[in-house]
Design a protein around this ligand. Structure first.
Ligand code: HEM
Length: 419
């Protein structure tokens, strides 16, 4: 493990957000949504029910749910396609786009008025607000196999994550052809959205796995960094939306290949069990050393406050480096990973106790990047080999997805690939 940062850390070329926007705007000028659209009407009982001005917008050059602040609850669902027709895939995304626009605006799905037919909406969120619901859609590597004739358009940035030492991956919780990320301040709202979207997929796809997660509500954490199940402030060093670094780290840029992904992103997911029993019996100063930051303030052990830059060369009076050689923030820092940066937007999970009495709780780790093999895989490999935190973790599932570019009214998600 090297302790001194290299003299110059390669940085990615900054590409302006305007360039991304104009690329995706061209995309959005495409075909209109086809048949099978689920019509949605705003609430009649309460005029003004549609999303408040602070609610994330569903339409845009990029999808919501990545750069938008994470609300308290998340429900993920991965599905496998049961069709091999590209037309079926197109009509699924047409249905999903229309339904997602309605759901994120706090509307119910509407269909036939015939009371002898099943209702178009299950109704559990009837007359409830959208609760900052975002719905984010992606496709897995399987979409580029022989079934749909799309192999030539497969992005290199979607390369699968190779097996890592100590992985205990459960295939039934890993992978998938499609992913939907539902995030909201209300768990009933995320549940409902995923339920309806799975219903709309019935003829083309079957659920493979789902995962619910939780964090801090926006009202609670405000501008402070939320904490993970080890009690640590988690997200401090994330690139911040609106800064120069953010877009070229997270969004596929004009000029990147394949061009249909411009305005999209790649999602690396790892379901990581955290050994809470071992952590809770670990000395406080060792807990801090494992991370390289003080738990309470979130400041790096080289000093300062939460947002002070870590000084990896700083030494204590005993001559040891203040931030240990195997500290998580050293090994994950771009200075030691060839400049790789990522947006981390994970959620804690708690799936109760296993038969052996251990708790199945941890972090559904999620990284959004512009290229998985360049920005995510080398960091994971470095952490797997050297990270002191790794002794407290077990990776139990893994998946990668291409997060589709955004769309505008009249278009549909996936249009740049499927039109
Ligand atoms: C359960 C597992 C994990 C926990 C509890 C965890 C926790 C943390 C915490 C508390 C920080 C410091 C605060 C911050 O900057 O957010 C951090 C930083 C970071 N983590 Fe993790 N992490 C985990 C897994 C991972 C994985 C799997 C990766 C990537 C493969 C990763 C990449 C990073 C990066 C890039 C940073 C920022 C480093 C820097 O530039 O300072 N972490 N993590």
């Amino acid at each position: 493990v090297s302790v001194e940062p290299p003299a110059a850390v390669p940085r990615r070329r900054a590409v302006s957000r305007r360039a991304v926007l104009s690329g995706a705007a061209a995309v959005a000028a495409g075909a209109l949504a086809g048949g099978g659209v689920v019509e949605a009407t705003p609430w009649k009982s309460k005029p003004g029910r549609p999303a408040s001005p602070s609610e994330p917008s569903f339409y845009g050059a990029t999808q919501a749910g990545v750069a938008t602040p994470p609300p308290a609850h998340q429900q993920l669902i991965a599905l496998d396609l049961t069709t091999s027709s590209r037309g079926d895939l197109r009509s699924l995304f047409t249905r999903w786009t229309s339904a997602a626009a309605a759901l994120t605006a706090g509307q119910q799905l509407t269909g036939s008025a015939d009371a002898s037919a099943p209702p178009a909406d299950s109704g559990e969120t009837l007359r409830r607000p959208a609760a900052s619901l975002t719905l984010t859609f992606g496709i897995g590597p399987g979409v580029f196999d022989e079934r749909f004739g799309l192999a030539a358009l497969r992005p290199a940035g979607l390369a699968p994550i190779p097996p890592m030492k100590g992985d205990q991956l459960d295939p039934t919780r890993s992978g998938g052809d499609l992913i939907v990320l539902a995030c909201a301040e209300d768990q009933l709202v995320t549940f409902h959205a995923v339920r309806e979207l799975a219903n709309l997929a019935r003829e083309a796809a079957t659920p493979r796995w789902s995962q619910s997660g939780f964090g801090a509500t926006a009202a609670f954490h405000g501008t402070t960094t939320p904490r993970n199940l080890f009690g640590q402030k988690d997200g401090t060093a994330n690139p911040q939306p609106g800064t120069l670094d953010f877009d070229p780290t997270v969004w596929v840029q004009p000029g990147d290949e394949p061009s249909w992904m411009t305005g999209g992103s790649y999602l690396a997911l790892r379901r990581i069990r955290m050994n809470l029993a071992a952590w809770d019996t670990t000395a406080a100063n060792h807990q801090d050393a494992v991370l390289g930051r003080a738990k309470d303030s979130g400041a790096p052990l080289s000093g300062g406050t939460e947002f002070s830059a870590p000084d990896f060369g700083d030494r204590t009076s005993t001559g040891a480096t203040a931030i240990a050689a195997d500290a998580h923030i050293r090994l994950a820092n771009p200075a030691f990973t060839g400049g790789a940066e990522m947006l981390r937007r994970g959620y804690s999970f708690d799936d109760g106790y296993l038969a052996d009495g251990t708790r199945d709780a941890g972090l559904m780790f999620a990284a959004f990047v512009r290229d998985i093999p360049a920005q995510f895989t080398p960091v994971l490999a470095n952490l797997t080999e050297h990270d002191a935190m790794h002794a407290f973790l077990t990776h139990t599932a893994s998946a990668v997805f291409a997060i589709l570019p955004g769309t505008t009214a009249g278009g549909y998600l996936g249009q740049t690939l499927l039109a």
